[in-house]
Design a protein around this ligand. Structure first.
Ligand SMILES: [Zn+2]
Length: 116
């Protein structure tokens, strides 16, 4: 079944899983984040030994499709950065910026492909 944001959003998510894969399990859900005043967030759940057990990305369910996709890309980059470089003190550090550029490239390559 398609998610709250429909097939296009799900397609971006599938492409990210394929081209920017994580070694850590990742769950993406849409949720009402209006109260928190957030577009999205990326939680890293830790094992007792401090290693990352799994990620959960929450995307606010009250946005337009393009904002939702941008939020997904932004949060996916956080997961890649945390997995590769550890949990940051400054979340939008340079290594996160590099990951964000990578996920955006996946998305823009998709957009220039003809839709199947
Ligand atoms: Zn962020």
């Amino acid at each position: 079944m398609a998610s709250r944001y429909g097939k296009k959003f799900d397609r971006v998510l599938r492409q990210l899983r394929k081209e920017c894969p994580l070694k850590t399990p990742m769950k993406v859900l849409t949720k009402d984040l209006g109260k928190e005043k957030l577009c999205g967030c990326c939680y890293a759940y830790l094992k007792p030994n401090g290693k990352i057990d799994h990620f959960v990305i929450e995307v606010d369910r009250n946005m337009g499709l393009l904002t939702a996709v941008d939020t997904l890309l932004h949060e996916w980059a956080h997961a890649m950065d945390k997995e590769a470089n550890g949990i940051p003190v400054e979340p939008h550090r340079n290594t996160w910026g590099e990951m964000y550029a990578r996920v955006w490239r996946v998305y823009t390559n998709m957009a220039s492909d003809p839709m199947p």
